[in-house]
Design a protein around this ligand. Structure first.
Ligand code: IPE
Ligand code: IPE
Ligand code: MG
Length: 249
């Protein structure tokens, strides 16, 4: 089935919780790591599709702070995949800027090197920004922001009235991009697992059962088509939003 998308209403920021790699593999009698290999292949595919659609920011939940507690061989396999299977040409060929959010210090040195290298080499790219959330969790991010604020306050550089929503936004890991318009979670679970809690205050959610390695172009189109049918009200009434749209057009 083909989904007709309104090109004028492509979400600026699409966030994805890429879940279901392990179950995809188990279902096929393969080790979980085979699912992660397919998962990385699909990251490449979906990055290209989003870039071609005109999405400006794509944030991919790749490894959470809680994922360190998985069996160590799985953790190591994921880290090695990040080093071996990430592809600079994907970003260069598509004019995509690469960035990471999360705590870089805890990542193995080789992963840190790849991340820094890609961030540097793609810094001049002017198309979509692809953001990989690695060793990331929202509670960690908010905790770090609070620490920073208290430090500034102790040094006499911050007063209670300086703490505004925009102060907080500008100190989060995501300071360089707008909030997600659309959050997609694959893999059938109906939760956000510590992802972008602050930033998703008014995001539209799309949950699907498809495991991440099988989430291809058509289903992304379906997610965006569903998003385009929603009315985002941000606390207003339906009539208010309709009137505002009329005056805009
Ligand atoms: C998502 O897939 C990838 C990571 C969390 C690293 P999972 O590995 O969580 O796959 P399932 O949910 O166990 O199927
Ligand atoms: C969320 O998936 C994290 C990533 C996709 C990187 P999990 O598989 O870790 O989430 P839970 O444990 O099912 O909530
Ligand atoms: Mg999972």
């Amino acid at each position: 089935m083909k989904y007709e998308l309104n090109k004028a209403q492509i979400p600026t920021h699409v966030a994805i919780i890429m879940d279901g790699n392990g179950r995809w593999a188990t279902q096929r009698g393969l080790p979980r790591t085979a699912g992660h290999v397919e998962g990385v292949a699909n990251v490449k595919h979906i990055t290209e599709v989003c870039s071609n659609l005109g999405v400006k920011y794509l944030t991919l939940y790749t490894f959470s702070t809680e994922n360190w507690n998985r069996p160590q061989d799985e953790v190591m396999a994921i880290m090695n995949l990040l080093v071996d299977n990430m592809d600079l040409s994907l970003f260069m060929d598509n004019n995509v800027r690469f960035r990471m959010i999360g705590g870089v210090e805890r990542l193995p040195e080789k992963v840190q090197e790849v991340v820094l290298d890609f961030e540097e080499k793609t810094a001049g790219n002017t198309g979509m920004t692809a953001v990989v959330a690695l060793n990331y969790s929202s509670r960690w991010e908010i905790t770090e922001t609070m620490k920073q604020a208290v430090k500034q306050a102790a040094e006499g550089q911050l007063k209670p009235e300086d703490i505004t929503e925009s102060y907080i936004c500008s100190h989060l890991q995501t300071h360089f991009m707008p909030d997600p318009d659309l959050l997609i979670r694959t893999g059938g679970e109906l939760r956000i697992s510590n992802y972008l809690l602050w930033q998703c205050a008014y995001s539209e959610f799309y949950f699907c059962d498809t495991y991440w390695p099988d989430f291809h172009e058509e289903e992304l189109y379906q997610a965006i088509a569903t998003y385009q049918q929603r009315q985002r009200r941000f606390g207003l009434t339906e009539a208010q939003v309709e009137n505002a749209n009329k005056t805009e057009n």
